[in-house]
Ligand binder design. Structure first.
Ligand SMILES: [Fe+2]
Length: 386
């Protein structure tokens, strides 16, 4: 996040001696950034050296199994049909992918406690559709519940606790960093008055865990599409303090303040996050357009240069027929799409919508995985016929 945060104890001057209590030596400083030495970074202070690899075990290929590389069909995927799985990583079902991102769903039944996880390839966005718990990281803990986006910059070691076994997540692994939209920030990074959210809505880590433990600690690290298993000699959560700008955070879709107008506003007013290769938008309950002749349903539009993915969270989605929670629509670039037959007429005179949805617009075409085809209803592309 482009604002400063600190937890625990840190020395008054960076890169200087920071002694442990009772003369037991020095803490170990680690600079943690993701774009060389130029991006946002944090300085962490470990009880043990964060470099003590004891053993390197097996590597497992995690690359999505692609079934369709050149997609030209609008599609609807029945997302809740994915099978739950006990393990947090094994529960992930990649559905759509390109060189920039992997988009998928997961229904993990169990907390991630038997190993630690780090994605060195990608920033992760987890949207919590069902379930609650705590994201535990070496930067501290972030409680989460329904409606939260969890943003985990690449390289952050974490575990996750779920309160129950009934959990539904949308996840995006992004090969470029995930930021809030630049146009809502001033030159100092502060969120501006026209931003649909402000710093108070950003939930930062708290309750730093400091484990002074040595032994065998398994960290599964995703790198180059493979999951590598490394055994470290010290507990990964052994930080006594940190400060800086690079850390995980959460933002609730319920805190997104919609921007409305007299006539239909374009999708960028819903934008919540940006990257170099895709944007994320939040559709939330809002008043409809108030011009006396307004048509609240969106107009047909040609997204020639981007693929559009919408994940339906809750409420009655006014522009479509036959849409339920967990459904995903994919509108590929190159062909126009628009409201379902009857939706335009149906929307006239309506005052508000209660819909919740998450949209991911990618600047390069998406490919479909084998698992995605199993969720495909096979007929959506004809849904604009009378
Ligand atoms: Fe659209």
């Amino acid at each position: 996040m482009p604002f400063y945060h600190t937890l625990g104890h840190i020395p008054p001057k960076r890169h200087t001696q920071f002694g442990k209590p009772n003369g037991q030596g020095l803490y170990y400083e680690q600079l943690f950034g993701t774009i060389g030495f130029e991006g946002m970074s944090s300085l962490l202070y470990h009880v043990h050296r964060p470099t003590m690899v004891r053993e390197v075990l097996e590597s497992v290929d995690m690359a999505p199994k692609l079934a369709i590389q050149k997609n030209m069909l609008a599609r609807k995927l029945i997302g809740f049909n994915i099978a739950p799985a006990d393990d947090f990583l094994e529960s992930r079902v990649p559905l759509l992918a390109n060189n920039d991102l992997i988009f998928g769903l997961a229904a993990p039944r169990q907390s991630l406690t038997t190993y630690f996880y780090k994605n060195a390839d990608a920033d992760e966005l987890l949207f919590v559709h069902r379930g609650s718990g705590r994201l535990r990281t070496l930067f501290g803990t972030i409680p989460f519940q329904y409606g939260d986006y969890l943003i985990i910059p690449r390289g952050i070691i974490y575990q996750i606790d779920f309160d129950t076994t009934d959990n539904r997540l949308l996840y995006v692994e992004s090969h470029s960093p995930i930021y809030t939209p630049k146009r809502y920030r001033n030159q100092f990074g502060q969120l501006l008055e026209h931003s649909p959210f402000c710093e108070r809505d950003i939930i930062r880590p708290r309750d730093l865990e400091t484990h002074d433990e040595t032994g065998d600690f398994l960290i599964k690290i995703k790198k180059q599409g493979s999951l590598h298993s490394l055994v470290y000699a010290s507990h990964p959560f052994d930080v006594v303090g940190w400060d800086g700008y690079n850390y995980p955070y959460s933002f609730s879709i319920f805190n997104f303040e919609p921007i409305t107008g007299r006539v239909h506003q374009p999708p960028p007013v819903h934008q919540t996050f940006q990257t170099d290769s895709f944007v994320v938008c939040s559709f939330v309950p809002r008043l409809y357009d108030y011009h006396p002749l307004a048509i609240p349903a969106p107009y047909n539009h040609s997204n020639i240069d981007s693929d559009e993915v919408i994940y339906y969270v809750d409420g009655d989605f006014m522009s479509r027929n036959d849409i339920a929670q967990g459904h995903i629509t994919l509108h590929p670039g190159g062909i126009p799409h628009g409201p379902a037959p009857g939706a335009m007429e149906r929307s006239i005179g309506k005052k508000e919508t209660q819909e919740y949805a998450v949209m991911v617009d990618t600047f390069r075409p998406l490919m479909l995985t084998e698992q995605a085809l199993k969720l495909d209803d096979g007929k959506y592309y004809k849904s604009w016929l009378d």
